[in-house]
Design a protein around this ligand. Structure first.
Ligand code: AMP
Ligand code: ZN
Length: 117
């Protein structure tokens, strides 16, 4: 199973490589994206290595709920309450996932296009 040795987000969660952290508790971490695509662009990840949303099971429901609500709470704090934001989970190749550790993107602070290209 992939873990700290070969997963960049596990390394961030373990504090082995740095990130601009926004929030952390025992089961999750939020940090600013290193290559922001909007004025607000941060990621919320579980500390446990879960590859992607397809791997999630019923028992992960509570964790997923917490991750979503944390993304919402941070989006509010970063000024997206009135104007909104986009909460995105990319999955595998068609979804454009490049880091194989589950993460929720939150993008805000500008008008985003839809549909995606
Ligand atoms: P995805 O394409 O959905 O897998 O998104 C991966 C995201 O992780 C991209 O937006 C990257 O810019 C971001 N990313 C990759 N490495 C780092 C890092 N070391 N710190 C913060 N964000 C990162
Ligand atoms: Zn990982």
């Amino acid at each position: 199973m992939a873990g700290m040795d070969d997963c960049i987000f596990c390394k961030i969660a373990a504090g082995v490589i740095p990130a601009k952290k926004i929030f952390e508790d025992d089961e999750m971490l939020a940090f600013h994206d290193i290559d922001p695509q909007a004025p607000v662009h941060f990621l919320v990840i579980p500390k446990r290595h879960i590859k992607n949303i397809m791997e999630c099971e019923k028992e992960d429901g509570a964790l997923l709920g917490k991750l979503m609500l944390k993304a919402q709470e941070i989006a509010r704090k970063l000024g997206c309450d009135e104007t909104g934001a986009r909460f995105v989970i990319n999955c595998k190749s068609d979804g454009g996932q490049t880091v194989d550790h589950l993460h929720i993107h939150t993008l805000g602070g500008r008008k985003l296009e839809w549909p995606p290209g």
